[in-house]
Design a protein around this ligand. Structure first.
Ligand code: ZN
Length: 296
């Protein structure tokens, strides 16, 4: 399952081939992925120029010159392959090799861009990904988008905002951070890493970081800083990449080797002088990794 840093890496990898390019032809090899493809998909986007390639949470938003927007989600195993100006790459760093089996190539965008022609191929063996068409005007109210919380990379994420959302919450901090209505696009790996960074226990209640008068305690400021830091480092490293995910030039990302907690059960805590061991617990059906000694 790609997390936000992988999706952002994919976006950056696709941008040079896609932005400003005209869709000459769209090949579609099956009627659906997780959901049916848009009706008259090819007819609706052939001849259109791509004006912007954005990201919201884990959705890629491909904007066209007629105001339509293609929402693309990679699901569990989706990836894009870019064949552009003589070089071929799959943006995003993923753990396993991208499926090279052409039978999983479901959509091919034939593009003519400012920097030459290219093919952008969407491959997805497990087909949990999807593509939907909407309009720029409808995007904010779209059912997939409207309830999303703030981006973990933007200025909208600050301690005051989290204090407002966490006030009185008795749910574990881990669960509150995974709630997409509060922070969008933050997944299991980076929540574990950010909590370790901020020395906060995933088991404490979210409300414990808010004063009675609704103000953030200092440790909530630390948490915001930790979230920003781990996400920025993962994007810098080209996405983290576990399991189903994979990537660009075929090389493995190095960020995965630098996880402090995630998948490190039984390993010594990497914090200087801590001496604890990383423990795995299950919260809301998902593995949480943390150090019970230094995370309080
Ligand atoms: Zn520790």
């Amino acid at each position: 399952m790609p997390e936000l840093p992988e999706v952002e890496t994919v976006r950056r990898g696709l941008q040079p081939a896609m932005e400003g390019a005209v869709v000459q032809r769209l090949e579609q090899h099956r009627p659906d992925l997780r959901f049916p493809f848009p009706q008259d998909f090819a007819t609706r986007i052939e001849g259109r120029r791509i004006v912007a390639l954005r990201r919201r949470a884990k959705y890629l938003l491909i904007g066209f010159d007629d105001g339509s927007v293609l929402i693309s989600h990679l699901g569990m195993s989706g990836s894009y392959f870019v064949d552009h100006a003589g070089s071929a790459a799959t943006p995003g760093r993923f753990h396993h090799d991208r499926s090279k089996d052409k039978k999983h190539d479901h959509v091919v965008f034939h593009l003519d861009g400012p920097r030459g022609g290219s093919r952008v191929i969407y491959n997805d063996p497990r087909r949990f990904g999807f593509m939907l068409l909407t309009g720029e005007g409808e995007l904010a109210a779209h059912p997939l988008i409207r309830d999303l919380g703030v981006e973990p990379t933007g200025n909208a994420l600050h301690a005051g905002y989290l204090a407002e959302r966490f006030a009185g919450k008795r749910s574990p901090l881990k669960a509150a951070l995974l709630d997409q209505r509060i922070v969008a696009g933050l997944g299991n790996i980076y929540v574990c890493e950010a909590l370790w960074q901020a020395r906060l226990s995933p088991r404490r209640t979210a409300g414990s970081l808010v004063t009675r008068s609704g103000r953030p305690v200092a440790r909530l400021e630390d948490l915001v800083q930790a979230v920003r830091t781990v996400i920025a480092a993962a994007i810098e490293a080209g996405g983290s990449s576990l399991r189903d995910h994979r990537q660009a030039d075929g090389t493995l990302g190095y960020f995965q080797h630098t996880f402090n907690t995630y998948d490190q059960e039984g390993m010594p805590c990497r914090r200087d002088g801590c001496g604890g061991k990383i423990r795995r617990i299950v919260q809301s059906g998902r593995s949480t990794y943390y150090c019970p000694v230094c995370q309080r």
